[in-house]
Design a protein around this ligand. Sequence first.
Ligand SMILES: *[C@@H]1O[C@H](CO)[C@@H](O)[C@H](O)[C@H]1NC(C)=O
Ligand SMILES: *[C@@H]1O[C@H](CO)[C@@H](O)[C@H](O)[C@H]1NC(C)=O
Ligand SMILES: *[C@@H]1O[C@H](CO)[C@@H](O)[C@H](O)[C@H]1NC(C)=O
Ligand SMILES: *[C@@H]1O[C@H](CO)[C@@H](O)[C@H](O)[C@H]1NC(C)=O
Length: 473
Amino acid sequence: MIWVFLVHLLLLLPFSSQGANPGLVGRITQKGIDYAHQLGIEVLKSQIPKIQIPDMSGRYDIGGIGDVKYEVSRMHILEFQLPQSAVTFFPGTGIKLSISNAYIKINGDWRVKVLFISDSGSFDISVSGLSISAVIWVKKDDTGRPAVGSAGCSSSIGDLSIKFHGGTSWLYNLFTGALEGPIRNSLNEKLCPEVNNAINGLEPHLQTIPITAQIDKIAEIEYSLVNPPEITDKYTDLDFKGEFYNIGQHTEPPFSPLPIVLSDQTDSMLYVGISEFFANSAGFVYTRAGALQINITDDMIPEESPFRLNTHSFGVLVPEIEKLYPNMSMVMHLSASKQPVLTSQPDNLTVVVTGEIKMLVILPNASLAPLFILGLDASVSAKLLVTGVSIRGELSLNKFSLSLDHSDVGPFDVSKLQTLVNLALKLVVLPQINEKLAKGFPLPTIDKIKFVSPSIKINQGFILIATDIQYTP
Ligand SMILES: *[C@@H]1O[C@H](CO)[C@@H](O)[C@H](O)[C@H]1NC(C)=O
Ligand SMILES: *[C@@H]1O[C@H](CO)[C@@H](O)[C@H](O)[C@H]1NC(C)=O
Ligand SMILES: *[C@@H]1O[C@H](CO)[C@@H](O)[C@H](O)[C@H]1NC(C)=O
Ligand SMILES: *[C@@H]1O[C@H](CO)[C@@H](O)[C@H](O)[C@H]1NC(C)=O
């Protein structure tokens, strides 16, 4: 009894993240599935003539004549026409495929033996008015991947006719009429099971869709679905987790995503909404991993700069430094003291960075002596670009302020260091970060899909990418 109770209790706990706000939303529009449909038809048209139809043989009893042994071989599809087909959303359930008025012509060889006579020739079977309508349900499985299955299928065949060539006409004329009805029925009975098989055949592929993407040694992005797909008659919205994690150790940040509200846009094939949360979960992971730090040495300062990272240059601003440590090199340790916070407002992506700058002197025996510690509050503008199927960022410095948090060389006016820190940030720190950001973050996509003329819009709380797609097999 205790087990039953425990199981019930477990079921009540909010284990699944159902209803959670996504960090990333993907919208596929009717235009998007129209494109997929177009590709599908091309594939169908190229594949159908290649379908292998197995040879058949058997016996057929014709009243009054007796047993007819028959053999049908070398069957192949001569002609296939698909004048009307459509893929549409089936609100609340999934996707509806419909084919109507399709036409297939099959050609093959026949051979019969009846009594002591044997005869052979070729034949054509024409099937017209073939219609299939199938609904595929689309859900989220327990692993957060999309799952599909058949939610109903119906088919009908308008007309089926068989024409025999060669051989003795009186013979096949005896049973042509008798054959058409049964073949038509058995073909119709096979259509939906075949369609269902094809739909179920998608499932193993979907189960291998990667739901995490590794970024570097520190972080990975999780892309599992957090909610079932929302399927309307114009689009399907997919809510992805869209969160950076420390590899191997998933700690949730002390903030969570706000809802991403996409307006009813359907002009592009695909929309991707990326929340502030996506970027801020990255800041959380990299700050915790101690990765947001950089040591600047004199050799990293461009040669043209008259200002060097040594006690002589700094002595001009703070004379005490050169007095205590004449003619020595210095090093600047920059680190984030809090996680950077990205804010997305209409046409304005701003990152606020709170950090610490430790200045140290390199003694002749190579050990370091501390000079002073500055507090840094900086505001950085972010620009985003989409290339291929990844987003890239580029940062530029807006403004910053410094405070003297600690000094081993006595008090001094910190504003004297403004120019120098500005140089260090613009010439060394930002270029290094931008180099990393230029590699971009992969978005969840299916293999072989490319974005075509993507556009980016910065909205309140999220960034929206609108794009068409191109599939290259
Ligand atoms: C910067 O230097 C300090 C002290 O030498 C060291 O502990 C730290 O790992 C260095 N950081 C980087 C990013 O190289
Ligand atoms: C400063 O130190 C370098 C070696 O580190 C030396 O070559 C140079 O002569 C020194 N300059 C002064 C003014 O002491
Ligand atoms: C952008 O947003 C930040 C705050 O997030 C604000 O301080 C800044 O003034 C804004 N910039 C513009 C150009 O509106
Ligand atoms: C380096 O020199 C400084 C001062 O001259 C001294 O305090 C420190 O212990 C020395 N460090 C090493 C590793 O020798």
